[in-house]
Design a binder for this molecule. Sequence first.
Ligand code: S3P
Ligand code: PEP
Length: 440
Amino acid sequence: MSIPAHLTASRSPALSGRVRAPGDKSISHRALILGAMATGVTEIEGLLEGDDILATARAAEAFGATVERLGEGRWRVTGQGGFQQPTGVIDCGNAGTGVRLLMGAAAGYPVTATFDGDASLRKRPMKRVTGPLARMGARFDWKAVEDRLPVAVSGGGLTAIDHVQTVASAQIKSAILLAGINANGVTTVTEAEASRDHTERMMRAFGVEVGVLPDGEGWRVSLRGGQALTGTSVAVPGDPSSAAFPLAAGLIVPGSEVTVEGVMLNPLRTGLFETWREMGADLAVSNRRMAGGEELGDVTARHSTLRGVVVPPERAASMIDEYSILAATAAFAEGATVMRGIGEMRVKESDRIALMAAGLTACGVRVEEEPEGFTVFGGPVRGGATVVTHGDHRIAMSHLVLGLAVEEAVAVDEPGMIATSFPGFVELMRGLGADIAASA
Ligand SMILES: O=C(O)C1=C[C@@H](OP(=O)(O)O)[C@@H](O)[C@H](O)C1
Ligand SMILES: C=C(OP(=O)(O)O)C(=O)O
């Protein structure tokens, strides 16, 4: 299928239906990486087949694992018990999680690998990960500019470190823990605010002992180096960060009722749902169950009268990828929604604070931007803009959802990037009744 230059979302009648969220992106990356580090076979079900994950699958192969697609979302990784010397550059595409976790894993083995990515990934800071890995003994050769891809990583002979996080980041924590598996001694990461814990949970499924002790609002995570990983099975739950888009449409399009089935409800990922509830959203969870070590549920959103809230900054880590869609829904709320303590949004696939502020403003919404946050003032939303996404999937999806509930259609550029995290987004939304059309 050719990729259109633009997608346009127009005011839609009430949306309704039940859909399944695509597999969780964070868990999908980890399943492939740990599967490649392990000895033996890892069977994965529900893997997200988005471009970010396909890049990690190719990287797993480049590091010596056999990676097979058995059917839709069903993948088998056969690991050799460690990474082998790759040939060629490891291209991680658009994926921050992919490159940072892979650099951590590779640092533990006696290999030299050059990592690169697309134009967006080349702009993102890497020293937050390479700094701690260098303290463990890994060597980094910046090929263009310090702190930016491409970079060659030479690993092996690592010594454990005790790292205290200055930014709440699961990517940094995970990179250090993945390296720690092959370091001499006990590696510890302390975080003042808990970030998503999928690496810790999944390492246990692969047979690694990981210690977690509470530490203030956060925790201390530790593991002893030299532990072996054994292949296992991984059931990937639905991604709450992707489920957020159809659910948001359900909340803002009058008369709608949308259910997303099988959404992961790990409390370190559900900050958006908590915030929407505080805004008055009619959001119901049914059929709660456990699968693959995570709690899942079916989440139903009905059209709601929303009111603005102040989002507690300490909630940021549990919804860092969700502020763009929160901002889009906040445009329909009564009053102001204040989002602070989210400077990290500026170093994602784009500067998401700047692009959401620009896109919403172009659609007639009042936004006040701050260095580490923004405030969205709700009211009638005009729409009628073509939004520049800088190739950021979440900026594109957030504005398309907004476009379903406004007077004049909203277009986004570079819609092909939506497939990094949510292939099938347009078809899924159309299935619910959304009016989204491709244009040149
Ligand atoms: O560990 C992960 O899977 C992720 C962590 C978050 O990044 P940071 O660790 O940079 O906050 C998030 O934005 C990203 O989409 C996925
Ligand atoms: C920030 C994101 O991903 P990554 O850091 O993996 O590129 C995201 O998916 O919103």
